[in-house]
Write a protein that binds this ligand. Structure first.
Ligand code: MN
Length: 246
């Protein structure tokens, strides 16, 4: 029996920036931390991201594993696909984030991703992107056609290849289980943060703020100051491990 108990602190910041609406949706309760970036005409993007979050937040129940995550993502996909199309594009949304869970009595992060929003982990002051973008430019980088350092300026960088809803009948999410390490700082964010800011800059902002709310505020302010025009959302989750009291 493992005696570790995890205590979480969270900060969240979101801004509409220069768009008419904020189509990013966010959820930060019950050990579930999610960001969804909706797309579609009129208010369809907002509805899509909120619909996805409303289903994905049920990952709070029990101690979900990889199969639970796969199942609930399919439910979210079906719900977004069932939304009225309205005028223009079919509504769709990215979704990513972490759920605090347990596997064999070990505290774990369950990480979920569909699309080009991102989940990062900072451990020992070093930032690492956990998720892989489902975007055309990420595929071009993986194929060696585009250099990684040019990806953030590439004209195809915002073309997502997997979404919840949208035109596809099937969705293939990525899911991971990572043991929680003491001092882990998780960042869940939309592309409104990662388009204008390099990973090095994000790491510097995360190191500069001890408090997770300060860190989230700093990141969003930095994205806007760097010229970001898209909706921008940042969730920062800090984990500390303590002994379970008996
Ligand atoms: Mn976006």
């Amino acid at each position: 029996m493992n005696d570790a108990r995890v205590r979480l602190r969270v900060g969240v910041a979101t801004e509409r920036a220069e768009r008419d609406r904020n189509e990013d949706s966010v959820w930060t309760q019950d050990g579930v931390f999610l960001v969804a970036d909706g797309m579609g005409g009129h208010d369809r993007g907002e509805v899509a991201s909120r619909t996805a979050i409303d289903i994905l937040r049920s990952l709070a129940d029990g101690a979900p594993g990889l199969a639970d995550a796969q199942r609930i993502v399919q439910e979210a996909h079906a719900a977004v696909r069932g939304l009225p199309k309205g005028v223009g594009r079919r509504p769709g949304t990215t979704a990513t984030g972490v759920v605090l869970t347990e596997h064999d009595d070990v505290p774990c992060w369950l990480v979920v991703n569909i699309g080009d929003s991102r989940t990062y982990r900072m451990a020992g002051g070093v930032l690492e992107q956990v998720t892989q973008d489902h975007s055309e430019v990420a595929e071009l980088v993986a194929a060696g056609v585009v250099a990684a350092e040019d990806a953030s300026r590439h004209p195809r960088r915002n073309v997502v290849t997997r979404v919840l809803g949208g035109g596809n009948r099937e969705v293939e999410p990525d899911v991971w289980l990572l043991p929680v390490s003491p001092g882990d700082r998780m960042l869940v964010c939309s592309d409104g943060l990662t388009d204008p800011l390099s990973d090095a800059r994000i790491e510097a902002e995360l190191r500069a703020a001890d408090d997770p709310q300060d860190a989230a505020d700093r990141l969003v302010a930095a994205a806007l100051a760097a010229g970001g025009t898209d909706n921008v959302t940042a969730v920062v989750v800090d984990a500390t491990l303590t002994r379970r009291s008996r």
